[in-house]
Design a protein around this ligand. Sequence first.
Ligand code: PHE
Length: 344
Amino acid sequence: MNTWIEQLEQVQTEAETALAGAQNTPATEQWHADYLGRKGKLTALLRGLGQLSPSERPLVGRQANQVKELLEGALAARQAAIAAEELQRSLAAEGIDVTLPGRRPLLGKLHPTHQAMREMVDILKQMGFQVFDSPEVESDEYNFGLLNFPPDHPAREMQDTFFTTTPNLILRTHTSPGQIHAMRRYAPEPIRVILPGKCFRNEDVTARSEMMFYQIEGLAVGRKITFSDLKGTLLNFANQMYGEGRQIRFRKSYFPFTEPSVEVDVDCILCGGAGCRLCKQTGWLEILGAGMVHPVVLQNGGYDPALFSGFAFGMGIERQAMLKRGIDDIRLFYSNDTRFLARV
Ligand code: PHE
């Protein structure tokens, strides 16, 4: 009988030590299996009680039941303690530090092209130009024919123009067809309009050219409009856009819809004309194309070229934004890189 009591005490001590070492719920479950479960050590002892004599059995049996209850109670207490610890730990880990600064929500902003477009439109509006909307999809006639492009002009060729499945309907390659729309809408009244919008050219995309880009077209038609008016307007624009005191320079050029035609440069906004990487050592930056409206175009717009004259200019919006903000790759504008969009 004594050996039974001893064995019970031994299992109890061993179980109590093991339980104290159980650090988490899975460990207490394992402990339960080791001592109290179907194949547990205490269960095995209890099963053996049958071998005792009837006189010994009550005493040992009582002792055994006491040990069992004690261990069950100890397990419950240990499990409660572990649950409390686990709760404490997760509260500490997930705790809110109310002294941390808040997270700022990301704010949207105008696209760099639109920022530049608004700036340019504001400057021109203040000189008396009104915004006139014109379509991005045009007929071949408006994009080329009415603008005095000869039928075999290279700009009409496949590689430059995006065609649609509708015959003669194309994506405009410049904003100049808007000149015809504006003239036909207002002739024979004098007009001063600007036409900002998207243009499309079927060209290789490089750091300097995109297949979709924006232009602003300007057009003034009246009875006494001269080449000096063009120059004054563009000088005023350059001074407001690129800084007071800027010089501009006209170089002779060719466009079918203007005569004479010029390309217009501004003195380099980086080096002021001394020569640098931006202006490729020339001291000048090309900003736009312009000229006096060709008599044929005035006529196509509904004005009598004997009585009316006009000037027109057209400039790339991304180009102006690139010069002004020091952006060296036009592809950045439409690649949706938020690092670029947030910076500019
Ligand atoms: N349409 C011309 C271009 O896209 C620019 C231009 C506009 C030139 C108006 C002269 C007058 O290059």
